[in-house]
Design a protein around this ligand. Structure first.
Ligand SMILES: Nc1nc2c(ncn2[C@@H]2O[C@H](COP(=O)(O)OP(=O)(O)OP(=O)(O)O)[C@@H](O)[C@H]2O)c(=O)[nH]1
Ligand SMILES: [Zn+2]
Length: 358
């Protein structure tokens, strides 16, 4: 899977065997070149089309269900430029919709796995796809053409699989300005995927409910002090609050931009500057409003000996997901900071559209 993700990022095709018995040759729309599309045409059995999420299709103006994958075909032929424009609302003129014809696919179509594969590669959820010639075995075809091959089952199971293989790599003492008695415990999945950190302050007693904060990475807010969001104050505020309480743990989770990745978050910011709120910007790009998964967080907490938490959060989804993955949230501790003159609309959207409890 990780090799397939990196192939997609490099603009190389990957073979994907669907649950529906069909197999596709897949290119990520945002890294596709015309040379790649030609290669797809000559390898595949049909004209390449663009697979997008239902959210992206709706943003393009097609009246189709949000949750289903959609196939866009271009009557005049799909070029790399058109694929990118259809995939990326921050590119092009926004007048491409009439140049594409949309058809909704079933939820378990191989194209849905192709979209998820692009998301896992931290790319826009849109792929150029061509069906494998009839009667071809996906593995044998990939081997013959020196391509990576994955199955839809591997794609759909990737996050769970990755979280279940997280292991402790190293632990070191790192005194912090606001919490001198701090250690960082680093976790890595066995496939070499994203690493997550547990920042353990003081000596929380295993078995007792631990004061915990799940913090999703925010390069702009955490490191640069961006005023567009509330992440910086929430990060430092959590460290201070845990230190004041005596002990606790902050998980620093590698899921930037609510799981869409930093570059896509910057794309979402462009759309927000054009008038969309934080939720609509995500869906216009083709993502869900929130793509985060807290299974790695639950695995890390349990790995550290904590099955019960007092959770610093305003986000009900964090509590629901932790409970689902076997960590009991015995109490929610509100984690609210004053707005700063730039993030009012963002905070309002969190409360009104994402159900945050302010
Ligand atoms: N896609 C997207 N992500 C954003 C935006 N603003 C902030 N983020 C990301 O949102 C996440 C915020 O994470 P958290 O503070 O842990 O979560 P939260 O949902 O705000 O929940 P609580 O703070 O626990 O109440 C970080 O990954 C940020 O990078 C935005 O406009 N778009
Ligand atoms: Zn932020």
């Amino acid at each position: 899977m990780d090799r397939a993700l990196s192939e997609l990022r490099r603009g190389e095709p990957v073979v994907l065997a669907g649950e529906d018995g069909r197999a596709l040759i897949v290119l990520a729309a945002e890294s596709a070149t015309n040379q790649g599309l030609n290669q797809l045409s000559s390898l595949g059995a049909g004209t390449p089309s663009l697979a997008v999420s239902g959210n992206r299709a709706r943003a393009l103006g097609f009246d189709l269900p949000a949750g289903q994958p959609v196939l866009l075909s271009a009557p005049g032929g799909l070029t790399a430029e058109l694929a990118r424009e259809l995939a990326d609302p921050t590119q092009g003129t926004g007048t491409d919709r009439p140049r594409a014809v949309a058809s909704a696919l079933s939820e378990n179509a191989a194209e849905a796995a192709a979209t998820l594969l692009a998301k896992l590669a931290r790319l826009l959820p849109a792929t150029v796809v061509a069906p494998l010639p009839k009667g071809q075995d996906a593995q044998a075809f990939a081997k013959r053409h020196d391509l990576m091959a994955v199955t839809a089952a591997q794609v759909c199971d990737y996050r769970r699989q990755s979280a279940s293989t997280l292991y402790r790599v190293v632990e070191a003492s790192v005194p912090l300005l606001d919490a001198e008695q701090t250690r960082i415990v680093a976790f890595r999945p066995s496939d070499g995927g994203p690493e997550h950190l547990a920042i353990v302050i003081g000596e929380p007693a295993p078995g007792e409910p631990v004061l915990a904060r799940l913090h999703s990475e925010c390069f702009t807010g955490d490191l640069l002090g961006s005023l567009r969001c509330d992440c910086g104050p929430q990060l430092r505020g959590a460290i201070q609050e845990i230190a004041t309480a005596g002990s606790g743990v902050l998980l620093y989770l590698a899921q930037e931009g609510r799981g869409i990745g930093l570059l896509n978050k910057l794309r979402a910011y462009r759309l927000q500057d054009g008038g969309l709120d934080t939720v609509d910007a995500n869906t216009a790009l083709g993502f869900d409003a929130d793509e985060r998964v807290y299974l790695p967080a639950a695995s890390m907490l349990k790995g550290l000996g904590f099955a019960r938490v007092r959770l610093l959060t305003n986000n009900p989804d964090k509590m629901a997901q932790l409970a689902r993955w076997g960590v009991e949230v015995v109490e929610r501790v509100p984690h609210v900071f004053p707005s700063n003159g730039h993030n009012e609309a963002y905070l309002r959207a969190k409360a009104e559209r994402s159900g945050h409890l302010f």
